[in-house]
Design a protein around this ligand. Structure first.
Ligand code: GDP
Length: 522
């Protein structure tokens, strides 16, 4: 019998992996894809890794864009479920991209290095997940190496993240003697992921037999203690973001990855409801709705094509259908939506709520855009962060000013930089959250548009989006402060200030003007 829409939606699991660089995110992704049959050989993802440590690394990646884009989303099937992994850039200079991607997931896997525990980026990313109540599954990686005591790791998660932990499995052995995991609830042992089915065991004693003799008693005692001291898993609490199930393993040596996939299938939620301006949209509704959270351009430098990554929020997307673009009210044909696998892309004939499709276009779609089957609604919540760095772009060849204007507009539409046009007609200002983004801008202007540029300090260093209850107040303020007002890409007004001090001073002086650091796309 054909699958109903509700059934198709209910087996989708869309998630991101959050981790501090080096914890093992790439290795784990690779193994998830491997077990899902999406790649033949582990190592394929590694080659495409977006490891950005230095400027030259990034540039190299940029040059290999056709490859790196594949890692933006990866789909695989495992035991009846369809998994969509959304990749997030590793480097914190691209934090805005990461935050936007996290608006498109229903769950996250938090990878922790067993020797290092919670590291700064893990904490930061966790906080974003918490803001959005995203349920988190924890994978303690690198158990095959010298590691901290499991109890210590659990304590650290509880303390630093204020998150209850419930170990679902327990590591058998440490570093050299690490040989598998024991599953508390099922009373099973799995000696590595090559073993598809775990084996039923006869209590801790029989599991301990996998260890050298001198470690057995300690393991039995530890398991006893874990059973007594640790919390049982509470599914509801997990879904609400208060509790994380914990797995121990080694992505590199193939331990614990199957447990993790099974947990994603069993515990992680199917596509969530999404809040739009007029109502809440349920995933299993008939009509298709989607929003764009990422744009990747120039995958083929010969054609200025762009791929807009859209998360489907409800219904079914079928190739060839028409969708209404909320921002303009116009219809657009979805003639070539694509799915991404590890090493290839494929035309998507049908995609369901929870799935992410790439929509090729020539600039029609922007970050934050909503697509529907006709209904006039707009999804909320894809954030735009006020930039930390503001610069003027200096063009070496003044004759090319018009070309630069166009190029900057395109870069801004892709979310590479933010673009602010001063009301007084002076040259545009670009804003970024991290310095590497400026490097990317420079490199791409040169490489793709033949525009050599440099950056100059602007007299402004901070900016805020402004609004007011009363339109007159806003207009008055904007007239009085004309030299400090810009428009962003959407035409929304932005107040520019010299520094944080003067920003505070002005906001106190004009209490009727609301100044915000985060704008949600509309
Ligand atoms: P990412 O920066 O989080 O994507 O981390 P990678 O997946 O690139 O891993 C960083 C390093 O740790 C690489 O050298 C991996 O081979 C290594 N690594 C990843 N997982 C494991 C593991 O389970 N055990 C050991 N010993 N090394 C690992």
């Amino acid at each position: 019998m054909a699958e109903t829409l509700a059934e198709a939606v209910s087996r989708r699991r869309t998630f991101a992996i959050i981790a501090h660089p080096d914890a093992g995110k790439t290795t784990l992704t690779e193994k998830l894809l491997l077990f899902g049959g999406a790649i033949q050989l582990a190592g394929e993802v590694k080659a495409k890794k977006d490891r950005i440590q230095t400027r030259s690394d990034w540039m190299k990646i940029e040059r290999e864009r056709g490859i790196s884009v594949v890692t933006s989303v990866m789909t695989f099937e495992y035991e009846g479920n369809v998994f969509n992994i959304l990749d997030t850039p590793g480097h914190e200079d691209f934090a805005d991209d990461t935050y936007r991607t996290l608006t498109a997931v229903d769950a996250a896997v938090m990878v922790i290095d067993a020797a290092k525990g919670i590291e700064p980026r893990t904490l930061k990313l966790f906080e974003v997940c918490r803001m959005r109540d995203i349920p988190i599954i924890t994978f303690v990686n690198k158990m095959d190496r010298e590691s901290r005591d499991p109890f210590e790791i659990l304590d650290e998660v509880e303390e630093k993240l204020a998150l209850d932990t419930a170990p679902i499995t327990w590591p058998v052995g440490r570093s050299k003697t690490f040989c598998g995991s024991y599953h508390f609830a099922n009373n099973t042992y799995r000696g590595g992921d090559a073993q598809v089915e775990p084996i039923k065991v006869n209590g801790p004693q029989s599991v301990a037999e996998n260890l050298p003799e001198n470690e057995r008693q300690a393991f039995i005692d530890e398991l006893e203690l874990a059973r007594e001291a640790c919390r049982p898993f509470d599914h509801q609490s997990f879904l609400e973001g208060h509790m994380t199930p914990v797995f121990f393993g080694s992505a590199l040596r193939n331990f614990g990855v199957r447990d993790l996939i099974n947990a994603l299938g069993a515990y992680a939620p199917p596509p969530r409801d999404q809040v739009a301006d007029t109502r809440t949209v349920h995933a299993a509704e008939e009509k298709m709705t989607a929003f764009v959270f990422k744009i990747q351009a120039n995958m083929d430098p010969n054609h200025r094509d762009r791929i807009a990554f859209a998360r489907i929020c409800s219904g079914k997307l079928e190739r060839g259908m028409k969708a209404r673009l909320a921002r303009t009210g116009k219809q657009m044909g979805l003639t070539a939506p694509q799915f991404f696998f590890a090493s290839q892309r494929q035309l998507a004939d049908t995609a369901y709520a929870g799935d992410v499709v790439g929509i090729p276009n020539h600039g029609t779609l922007r970050i934050g855009d909503t697509l529907t089957e006709g209904e006039n609604l707009v999804f909320q919540g894809v954030p735009n962060f006020s930039p930390e760095i503001l610069r003027r772009v200096r063009l070496e060849d003044a004759m090319k000013a018009k070309k630069l204007k166009e190029a900057l507009q395109q870069m801004a539409e892709e979310g590479v930089v933010q673009l602010f046009s001063p009301e007084d007609g002076s040259p545009a200002i670009v804003g970024v959250v991290g310095a590497l983004q400026l490097d990317v801008l420079k490199e791409r202007l040169q490489g793709e548009y033949g525009l050599p540029v440099s950056f100059e300090m602007s007299r402004f260093s901070v900016c805020r989006w402004i609004s007011a209850e009363n339109k007159d107040d806003l207009e008055k303020f904007m007239t009085q402060r004309r030299g400090d007002i810009c428009r962003d890409l959407d035409g929304d007004p932005v107040f520019m200030a010299q520094d944080a001090f003067s920003l505070r001073y002005e906001s106190e002086r004009y209490p009727a003007i609301k100044m915000v650091a985060i704008k949600e796309y509309h």
